[in-house]
Design a protein. Structure first.
Lengths: 196, 196
């Protein structure tokens, strides 16, 4: 049966939405393509018509999840001028930590990306650079640019570590889970305050 | 066939070594218990005699991998008085980044731990606290203790993020992979320098 272009585009979005949520929730290796097709209400064959391999699906689902979240971040940022510290508060919040399946795919899959192929690595690079640029835009008083960039790179990296660690320890030690977020937030904010 | 106590202890070590390397290399969800038994040269049944569930194996393999590495860290630290910055150099080195299957299990499995059970979370907490205490011991001039602890917690968290991110981007952008390590190293070192 032929599928209209419109229907095909809808199916593609349904597959990407299901894949990106499942990969974040249960891990990239923890979810098979058959499960993704089922969650999207489609057949295995329909999935392969859009994504020739799991690697292709993982790469596109990663970018889809990140881009979807950035829409919300941009709306939030446009509501008023947001400072570096306000970004830290949001990125390192308990809500961000507890929001696994629709949260940042970089934090949800951090240690898993190294085991994926070049395409997934490229999508991770793009997402990382986009978040770095977003933070850098709040640091324009800092000159030269190299210092600004260094702080933004270290901040995004620290955030990814803090959310991953906070989630890892949350079951056994909820107090430590909060401390990790707070220590990172304060330490990165101080690094910013030490610059002009 | 009954196995002597000595042989049983040997088998257990072989299983933990195989499991801890495979889980780091290919991900916790990427490796089944049958594969671990095979890599250790043992049967499925022999594995279950030692570890009643995959969760039990994952928890003990995590602790085994971490403890084995800490033996090396302690030897290195005892050779001379090591400073906080020297620890950063080692923890955030390209060698640490490129050493996946025998490197730090916290960095190798960071984002995967949240999906495991309480036992694995407990082992992660223990490992995290041990590395925090090790760094804190190089910061004894910093008073009050809360400030020392905060920096040590933020440093270990940043290290876990930096190694995971550096590995994630290495295939697509090796220059960024180095920049992530360097930016984190310099930023954390400055946080330390800003304190007494």
């Amino acid at each position: 049966m032929r599928v209209s272009k419109e229907k095909a585009a809808e199916n593609r979005i349904a597959l990407l939405r299901a894949a990106s949520q499942l990969f974040r929730q249960r891990g990239i290796d923890g979810v098979g393509v058959a499960e993704v097709a089922k969650a999207a209400g489609l057949t295995h064959g329909a999935l392969y018509a859009h994504f020739p391999s799991k690697e292709a699906l993982v790469a596109e689902a990663f970018a889809f999840g990140f881009d979807s979240n950035m829409v919300g971040v941009r709306e939030w940022a446009e509501a008023s001028h947001r400072s570096f510290d306000e970004y830290l508060d949001v990125l390192l919040s308990t809500e961000a930590r507890d929001n696994l399946e629709t949260g940042c795919p970089m934090t949800a899959s951090a240690s898993e990306i190294a085991r994926q192929g070049d395409d997934v690595s490229t999508r991770f690079v793009n997402a990382f650079e986009e978040l770095v640029s977003t933070l850098e835009a709040t640091l324009m008083e800092i000159k030269p640019r190299a210092k600004r960039r260094r702080l933004a790179v270290a901040a995004v990296t620290a955030e990814i570590g803090a959310i991953a660690v906070s989630r890892a320890v949350a079951k056994a030690n909820p107090t430590l889970a909060e401390e990790v977020l707070e220590s990172t937030r304060k330490t990165v904010a101080k690094s910013r305050a030490a610059l002009p």
